[in-house]
Design a protein around this ligand. Structure first.
Ligand SMILES: Cc1ncc(COP(=O)(O)O)c(C=O)c1O
Length: 360
């Protein structure tokens, strides 16, 4: 079929069964004589797709009733700006946990809006190679922001701090739907779709309805979470193709044993690659400290830049792509989201062993 093992950080590989289904029903969706992206978002057919995606998401991610599931344009980066706009007016307080680039972008957007912001924990001094621990959340904050999985540095929270008197807002872009979610203390969890949940350009923002009371009065309609929650994300024309694809992916996750099943699959996949790094620490240098390792993005370097370049070139010839690390860490990065198969991870692990034999 000509498909490669795509280790790209996002947009990323999607389940082939999902792509095939989308292909098969693309021209004539359910006998309508139209594609899903050509029909009204207010018609019966799209409405069923839309509703089903909400139902499946709530079931699979075990989302409590207090939350609305909001489908929003603008990707995850727009959420960086919307959170301070919706949760905290000028002069109010927020705590941010800085685990690298994505946290930094979220911090910048809050600062632009004049939020009284404290970086309550940071791993900057070690080039973000770990999740700070312990994290002490001061009292008197309006909200706390964390990036659950840092796509660039390959670190991931195993659990979140529990603020005593504020809510957590969590950027789950790169580990959303990869394992069960603990909703305790969460006010807003959001994610861009393009890693585990579909095509790029849309974010899911799961928002506690109580928080709508905190929206700043001058927040424009399209930037308010309540607009989406109160209109089932149909205030305007939603990203219909993304919602349709998300629905197919949710069905696929359901068929794999839900988030428990997917989490097990992700743990065993990541172990295949981390085991090679751990067995050969002089040749493969992992970026993340062990207790902060991401199951989604594995960041490592060969012992020289020349070897990194050779690794990329040779792995590409073996049908593996997307392995170049982000410039802020360098080296190599294997993104192994839900849809990356066990076989794909085994192929990479075998290649790593073979490459070491030949160059070690
Ligand atoms: C953790 C994280 N947050 C935010 C973003 C930004 O997402 P978007 O490009 O959808 O705005 C990304 C993109 O890769 C990401 O990995």
């Amino acid at each position: 079929m000509g498909r490669i093992y795509n280790f790209s950080a996002g947009p990323a590989t999607l389940p082939v069964e999902v792509l095939e289904k989308a292909r098969d029903e693309f021209l004539d969706f359910q006998g309508s004589g139209m594609s899903i992206i050509e029909m009204s978002h207010r018609g019966k057919i799209f409405d069923a797709v839309h509703e089903k995606s909400f139902e499946l998401m709530r079931k699979i991610a075990n989302i409590p009733d207090r939350f609305d599931i909001n489908y929003m344009g603008g990707g995850a980066s727009t959420q960086f700006a919307l959170i301070p706009m919706n949760l905290s007016g000028k002069g109010r307080k927020a705590g941010y946990i800085n685990t690298g680039s994505w946290s930094k972008k979220a911090i910048e957007q809050a600062k632009i809006q004049g939020i009284d912001l404290q970086e309550i924990a940071s791993s900057k001094d070690s080039n973000f190679n770990h999740i700070p621990d312990p994290i002490n959340v001061p009292s008197g904050l309006d909200y706390v922001h964390a990036t659950s999985n840092n796509t660039i540095f390959g670190t991931q929270f195993k659990s979140f701090p529990k603020p005593a008197d504020s809510v957590l807002t969590i950027d789950m872009s790169s580990d959303f739907l990869s394992k069960p979610i603990d909703w305790d203390s969460v006010g807003i969890a959001y994610a861009g779709l393009q890693k585990n949940a579909g095509p790029s350009g849309m974010a899911v923002a799961i928002v506690d309805r109580e928080l709508y009371k905190r929206e700043k009065e001058d927040t424009p309609t399209m930037f308010r979470y309540s607009t989406y929650g109160e209109n089932k994300s149909l205030y305007n024309t939603p990203p219909t193709f993304q919602i349709y694809m998300l629905g197919l992916i949710l069905e696929w996750i359901d068929s794999k044993g839900g988030l428990q099943g997917i989490a097990k699959h992700n743990e065993s996949k990541a172990a295949l690659i981390y085991d090679v790094i751990d067995a050969n620490p002089e040749f493969y240098i992992g970026h993340s400290q062990k207790d902060s390792r991401s199951l989604m993005n594995i960041t490592f370097n060969c012992k020289s830049d020349e070897l990194n370049a050779k690794f990329l070139e040779e792995s590409k010839k073996q049908g593996m792509d997307g392995l170049k690390g982000h410039r802020s860490v360098g080296g190599l990065r294997a993104s192994i989201y839900n849809a990356m198969s066990q076989e794909g991870c085994k192929a990479l692990a075998d290649f790593m062993k073979d490459f070491l034999q030949r160059n070690g």
